[in-house]
Structure formats: structure tokens, C-alpha cells
Design a protein around this ligand. Sequence first.
Ligand SMILES: *[C@@H]1O[C@H](CO)[C@@H](O)[C@H](O)[C@H]1NC(C)=O
Ligand SMILES: *[C@@H]1O[C@H](CO)[C@@H](O)[C@H](O)[C@H]1NC(C)=O
Ligand SMILES: *[C@@H]1O[C@H](CO)[C@@H](O)[C@H](O)[C@H]1NC(C)=O
Ligand SMILES: *[C@@H]1O[C@H](CO)[C@@H](O)[C@H](O)[C@H]1NC(C)=O
Ligand SMILES: *[C@@H]1O[C@H](CO)[C@@H](O)[C@H](O)[C@H]1NC(C)=O
Ligand SMILES: CC(=O)N[C@H]1CO[C@H](CO)[C@@H](O)[C@@H]1O
Length: 776
Amino acid sequence: MELVLPICEALKCFGHLTCTYMEHHRKLERRMNDLLAKQRQLNAIKSDVEMKIKTELRLGRCVRQEVENWLLDVQTINGKIQNIDERTQNLSCFSRGHLGKQVSQTVEEVKEIIEQGRFTGALVIDDPSTAGVPFQLEHLEGETAVLADIWKHLMSDEIGMVGVCGMGGIGKTTIMKHIYNQLLEETKSKPLFEKIIWVTVSQDFNITRFQQDIADAMNIEDLPKPEQKRAAVLRNELRQIRHVLILDDVWEGFVLEKVGIPIPIFSNGSRLVLTSRSNVVCRFIGCSEIVEVPPLSNEESMNLFLAHTGRGILKVPSLEEILGDIVGECDGLPLAIAVIAGSMKGIYDVVEWRNALTELGDHVTSVKGTDKEIYGRLKFSFDRLEDSNIQNCFLYCSLYPEDYRIPRVELIEYWIDEGFLERGNRQQLHDRGHTILNRLVNNCLLEKAGDDVKMHDVMRDMTLYIKHPYFMVKAGTGLKELPGKQEWKDVERVSFMMNMVSEIPPSLSPNCENLSTLLLQNNESLERISESFFQHMHSLSILDLSYTSIEQLPNSVSTLETLNALVLRGCKELRYVPSLEKLKALRKLDLRGTGIEKVPKGLEMLANLTYLNLCTESLKELPIAILPRLSCLQCSVLYVKLPSVKMNGLEAARLRKLEVFEGRFNELIDFNAYIKSIQGRELTSYLLVMASPKAKFDARPLVEGLNNAFFFNFELLGDCDVRNVFKIVAGHQVGSPNCAEAPFGSHPVARWRLLYLHPALIALVALPQSPSHYTF
Ligand SMILES: *[C@@H]1O[C@H](CO)[C@@H](O)[C@H](O)[C@H]1NC(C)=O
Ligand SMILES: *[C@@H]1O[C@H](CO)[C@@H](O)[C@H](O)[C@H]1NC(C)=O
Ligand SMILES: *[C@@H]1O[C@H](CO)[C@@H](O)[C@H](O)[C@H]1NC(C)=O
Ligand SMILES: *[C@@H]1O[C@H](CO)[C@@H](O)[C@H](O)[C@H]1NC(C)=O
Ligand SMILES: *[C@@H]1O[C@H](CO)[C@@H](O)[C@H](O)[C@H]1NC(C)=O
Ligand SMILES: CC(=O)N[C@H]1CO[C@H](CO)[C@@H](O)[C@@H]1O
């Protein structure tokens, strides 16, 4: 955020400002406030757009040009507003009239950009042109013959459809990504095809979604609703261009015409390539040529293995034979080779290798079935993790939808709630979580996806295979109803996240004594849950209902005495939460963004609570008795934002165990009391706001990425000389009752930066950077 003034510059202007600022510039200020309000509205739309892009963007997709231009416009106008804002503060030199006119003009511009920001249709498209973004390629060992074969078919005029088959983990997708890149490359010089289209189909085939994916890739907007009309639109568009359509990971046969894909041979020399584990599927869809992907040869296998472990292991004396045997057990499956090599990395003891070979042999014979042969080999690496907590961490990833980018911090929060990371303060737990994630990525059990992680679909199948029937996962599959009672019998962890379930009817009262985790979040359509649903869930430990549309939480939740985490974040409609009095084991309660007006009954009884989030606009009061009670608790993470409620600084100060705190004080005296109390304490992350009850503002977006900040509302500083604020920055105590006190007096001045955010607001932000830039 570039709202920063150099500190000496700010000093100069604040010096003049002592008391006359408000009166002289009221008019300009009104216009300016107008502008800033519009800017906030614009930036809110921008974050929504960015959020949407983030969820839609995957490899081989890109942001629509129109959207990209719009984001640039937003950036430009933000820069302009910042400039104006800075000039309004440079009291010695601006001309009011001129600036006023400019402010009004800018308001109009912002309005226009807001209008343009109402996008319809997808923000992200599968690479629309042949000059698209190539895939980042994984290492492809061998398979040159297959590549050549597929290429030959693509270039032949007689063949319209090619099926690429082979078992999971054999490298079909990797091969096709290489073909895709090669097609992009070739068509640059001579336009054989006008468009190369990649669509990932996956296990849960849904014709509506499939059609939409093709339409997005083709940049077709507003596909009509009825299936047949959609098919007609697609057929028409596809016919008009010479294309290659690549359908990756097809599980079920379907009729091309029904989807709207023209039979390639009759459509101007277009081609269709699909990959599938089953050649029956390829034949059903109509492939005239089928290319079977063979396993790697011994030599290729060895090369790939060494590419993952490093050639250093070749120096280990007498390892050669054992190494050959281990690679042999991988059966030429690239995924198995990568994963097993990943778990043997850095081992230089031949005894360990010999032992690994025995174990691997046992694993290979333990799993039978043509489709599942790879599982035994993958499970070998899983078992080598040894630590059951780390294994549980890994298994947890399969609760997310297939091909899903799993956000690291979200995953780690679950691990904490589940107790996989044992005990420690918040920071230590997160550090441990990141360490485990790094190890899993390093061992090739998970894939890195930007800042997040991903689970290979075969790996996920393996996990669900070994956890059957204890895991029930139907995540992101378009599910409308939960499965019947009998399917719940043995379950321990259940995930129905990201579906379209609208109701859990009274008839569903599953008897599942061992169920510990129930994830139902992101089902926007979910409005009602019957009382009987939770009746027999006596072991439930984690319940996540966030981002659903429920209005009330059933009373039966009151009796879930083993519950550890109750996550209701973003349930905007939620008004009623039953008494939590009996939930003595509860460690996390997240009510952020719910519609509750009162804190749930019995909150003060939750002695083990370590995470409490009460940030919601609707909450009217925090009973006086609550904070002191919480102070006896273990609470280490607390978020409260209660513009209408007075928070007592001394009471807040008694929350001695806090590591993360976001809160807002209405009175300087409370703010100061609190500041005093936290000196020398272990608060690792804080965001403290001092603002009048009327000021309606959320500081979060202003300091995104910065954990630690203090905000002061100017008006509230009253007759306090503004210059004193700079003494705060300098780390001196101020002493006047009307002035804010120095946060963490012992911190050197250089750790703080002064932000001037708004005519009535300044902030101190703790900086991790080196101190040299901020000398006076
Ligand atoms: C403030 O005005 C002076 C001259 O009047 C100018 O040199 C300086 O760059 C201005 N500062 C800002 C932040 O605009
Ligand atoms: C397929 O997905 C669409 C939208 O994503 C949904 O409306 C439809 O109900 C789904 N169909 C099935 C059979 O799940
Ligand atoms: C081939 O493409 C042209 C447009 O380029 C289109 O008019 C024609 O109908 C297409 N032919 C077939 C057989 O689809
Ligand atoms: C629940 O777990 C216990 C202990 O692991 C086991 O003995 C019991 O059979 C399980 N019950 C069901 C219904 O799976
Ligand atoms: C509260 O936590 C402690 C350890 O942190 C644990 O021993 C105790 O059983 C917990 N209380 C309940 C009711 O679960
Ligand atoms: C709030 C939310 O994320 N709802 C999701 C529920 O699941 C469907 C997909 O099945 C998504 O489209 C919704 O966005």
C-alpha cells in the first residue's frame, strides 16, 4: 500500500495542522470523503473480482482480456487518488479550487469504472487462442514412441479421433501436455489449426459443466440454459474453426452430439484427442485410433528415478543391485517412480535400502486388481512417513475435491483443530504445519501449486482406497442430496464441501458413532438442517458449516460434547446458535460474518477455547461478563470488531495468553490501558483500532499483508497536539491522558512506520524491514 508519506514530510504537514485543519478544508474534505467512499466501493468490487479469478484460474487458463484491462484501470485510478490525497495534505502548496474540481472529476471516473466492473460470464477462460500459454512441463522420460504416434495421427487427414489409454499414473496427462505445447509451437509458424482447446473432464462427469468448460475455453459467453440449445451453440461455434480438442481424464462414455461436439472428421479437419484409463470408453466415444501408453523401460525407469533422488546415490557402495530391484518394483509407472524416489531421497545407507526393498515387495503383493496395482507402490511411500500424525495430515488432503488447489493455511488450521500438530503456541503450530507440508511436497506425495498444494488424482484415489469405508468424500461433485443412512455406518471423516445440497431432511439421522469430522462448507444452497441429523454423532470433533445459508443451528448441536471446532464463518443468514454450555471440549469457535446479534449462550463456560472470532457487523453487544471470563481461558486467538460496544482496556489486558488479537477500542483510555499491558508480551500478530463508535470502517483491507498495526482516529485524539503522535513513533511515552501511548515502548523507532490513511485516521504499522530507511 503506497499511502505512505515519508516521515519527515508528514511531520512538516502535521506541524501546521494542529487545530485549523478541519475548518479550513471542510468543503474539500467533503468531496474527498465522497471520493474515498467511491474508491472503497471500487476496491471492494476489485477484491471480489480477484477472489473469483483466484478460484477459477488453473494451469492453461488465463484472465479475460477485458477483465485484465479493467484491473489495470483500477490500479491507475487508485494511483491517481493517492496522488490527490497526498496533495490535499500538503497544506503549504495546494490550490483548493483546482483540486476540488479534480476531485469531482475523479469521482465520475471511479463511478464509470465501477459500472464497467459488472462482468457477466466467466472471468477466466481456457486459453482462447493458439498463441496461448503453454503448460509448465513436468520431466518426461522416454515415451518418445508414443509421442510420435499421437503426433502422426494428429497430422493424418484420415483420422479424426485419437484415444490415449493407460492406467492411472502412467503419464497420459504429462504426455498430452507435451503434445499441447508442441501444437502451440507448430501452429505459430504454419497455421495447421486455428485453435487448440484443453478441457479436463475428471471423474464426476456432468454434461452441463462440461459444456460450460468448453464454452469458456472457446470464449463463448452466455450459453443458453436448455441442454439441446447449448449443444447447438457449441456445435455451431466448433464447426467454424479448425481445432484440436483435447479432453483429459475421461471416465465415462458419452455421445458427442449430445454435448455439442461435432464429429471431427466431418468438420473441416478438426481433431479430437481424449485420455482415459479405459479403452472401452475411448471406443464408445468413437475413437478410431487408440494409443496405449506403455510402461517405461528399465533404463528409462532408472533415469527417472535418479532424476528424483539425485545421481549421488550411485556412489553408495554395493547399492547397484538393490537399486535396480527397487526400480524394477515400480513396474515402469512414472508416478510410482517419482513417489518412491521421493521417499528414498537423501538415504545413503545400504541397509536402509535393503529394508526398503523388502517392504516395497510386501506392499506390491498386498494390493491386487488391474486398476489398483499402483496403489501398493504409492502406499509404500505413505507408510514410510511413519509418524501417524504426518500420515493423517497427508490423508486429510483427500477430503478436498479432485484437482483442487488446497490453500496451505486453511489446511494447517484443520490440522491444528484435529490435533495432528499436538501442542504449542499458534506460531509454533503453524511453523510445524508448514514444515510437514514441505516434507510432503519434497517426497512427491503432494504437488506444489503456486503457494498452495495439490494432490495427484491417483494419489487421492489411493488414499480413499486405503481409507475405505472410513472416509466418505463427495466434494465438489454437484451433489444435491446427502447419501442415505446405511452409507454412514463406518465413517470417521466425511466431506461434502462445495456442493449443492439444499436441505438435510428429518429422515436422515445417521448412526455413526465413530464420525469425527464433518465438512459441509461451501454449499451456498444449504438452508435447513433437521434436528435429528446430529443426534447420533457422539464422537464428532470438527464441524464445518461455513459459507452455507443456514438460518439456525439445530439444538442438537448443544449435545455434541466432544466437539473441538465449530466453524460457521460466512453463514450470513445464521441468527440462532443454541447454548454452547456443554461443549466443554470446544477449542475453536468461528462466527466471523454470521448474522448473530448476541453471543451464543454458555460461551463463558468454554474453558478450553483457544480461537474465538466474533467479527460480525450484526453483533450488538459483548456482555460485560464475557471478557473477564475469557481471560481465564486459554484463548490465544481473538478477533472482535464491535463498533457499538465498549471494550474495556483493562479487561482486555487480562487476556494474557493472546498471540493473535484484532480488536477495536472506542476510548483512548482503554486503548492506552491495553497498550500498556501488552508491553513485553508474546503477541505475535495484532491489529488494534481506536475509532469512534460512529466510524464505520474496516482496517483489514488497508493493511493487507501486514499483521501488526495500530490505528488512531484523529478526532478522538482531541486536543492532543498532533506532534505528540510522532513522539509515539519515536518510542517516547507521552503522558497526556488525551494522547495515545507508545506501543511497545522498548521497540526501536525504526520498527514502526507511520501511515496517513484518511483525513481522520493515522496508523502505525510494525515493519519487518531493515531500519535504515526511516531515520529522522
Ligand atoms: C509539497 O509542496 C512542495 C512545494 O510547495 C513540493 O516540493 C513537495 O513535493 C510537495 N509534497 C508532496 C507530497 O506533494
Ligand atoms: C451439473 O452441474 C450444473 C451446474 O454446475 C448443475 O446445475 C446440475 O444440477 C448438475 N447436474 C447433475 C446431474 O449433477
Ligand atoms: C467448414 O468451415 C466453413 C467456414 O470456414 C463453414 O462455412 C463450413 O460449413 C464448414 N464445413 C463443414 C463441413 O462443417
Ligand atoms: C468404532 O471404533 C471402534 C474402535 O476403533 C471399533 O471397535 C468399532 O467397531 C467402530 N464402530 C463402527 C460402527 O465402525
Ligand atoms: C481441555 O484441555 C485439556 C488439555 O489441554 C484436556 O486435558 C481436557 O480434557 C480438555 N477438556 C475437555 C472438556 O475436553
Ligand atoms: C459459497 C460457495 O462456495 N458455494 C459453492 C457450493 O458449491 C458449488 C459447486 O458445487 C459452487 O458453485 C458454489 O460456489
